[in-house]
Design a protein around this ligand. Structure first.
Ligand SMILES: [Zn+2]
Ligand SMILES: [Zn+2]
Length: 236
């Protein structure tokens, strides 16, 4: 039997300096449940430290977790990168951490970067400023993510800041898993790519404010991957 699943593939936790401190993985998973979200991704800026707690909290609430991060490239372009397993995402996270310059965060200016466990106990603070650009080019990042079996999705391409359009002036015709827009329909060039919309939530109230849909018999990462590849995503 076919079901219509709600997916939200771009969200930040309290680890992102711009994310609210209330935005713990447990609050996120509870809010997602309330909003009827079936599959949710955690995509903090340039770090994967809250993914282990996110996995546990999603399990508690019956949400299908997708593990990722939002990488800032050399050109200051944001790209949502998603992986098939927690381990693959954590491994890619370590690679990105290594490519992030050694500029310390100033919490008073940029906000806290908090790693928590599933019960909201603080496990640590990330010292490098996660809003810096990493030393990886847009094109190389897309290739690296795809070669690790991941999904590479240029984020909010219709935004005036930190988007491929704002930073490069156009969307290079590469092999993306999808492109993310804030407003749909869009007047931006998207070529033949599948278009998705996601919340990009930094506060609990924003979770589920923009979602996409998949009609399928079941839902997991491979179903998601196939739906993106064959343009089987519906938008509201
Ligand atoms: Zn972004
Ligand atoms: Zn974001």
């Amino acid at each position: 039997m076919m079901s219509r699943f709600t997916i939200d593939l771009h969200n930040h936790s309290c680890l992102s300096p711009c994310g609210s401190l209330e935005q713990s993985p447990s609050v996120m998973a509870r809010r997602a449940k309330e909003m009827g979200i079936d599959m949710m991704a955690l995509t903090d800026h340039n770090n994967t430290g809250n993914l282990p707690a996110f996995e546990k909290c999603c399990k508690t609430e019956g949400i299908i977790p997708v593990f990722g991060l939002e990488v800032t490239t050399q050109e200051e372009v944001h790209v949502v990168c998603l992986f098939s397993t927690l381990n693959k995402a954590m491994e890619f996270g370590r690679y990105i951490e290594f490519l992030l310059p050694d500029i310390p965060n100033i919490p008073e200016l940029f906000g806290d970067q908090v790693i928590v466990d599933a019960d909201e106990n603080i496990e640590g603070l990330v010292e490098k400023n996660l809003l810096s650009s990493t030393e990886i080019s847009f094109e190389t990042l897309i290739e690296e993510v795809l070669s690790n079996d991941g999904l590479a999705i240029p984020a909010h391409i219709d935004r005036l800041a930190f988007s491929v359009t704002s930073q490069l002036g156009f969307l290079p015709d590469l092999n993306y898993s999808a492109v993310e827009v804030v407003n749909y329909p869009t007047r931006h060039q998207t070529y033949e790519n599948t278009i998705i919309r996601s919340s990009d939530a930094h506060y609990p109230d924003d979770i589920g404010k923009r979602v996409s849909y998949i009609e399928s018999e079941r839902l997991d990462f491979s179903v998601l991957k196939e739906a993106l590849e064959y343009h089987r995503i519906m938008l509201s």
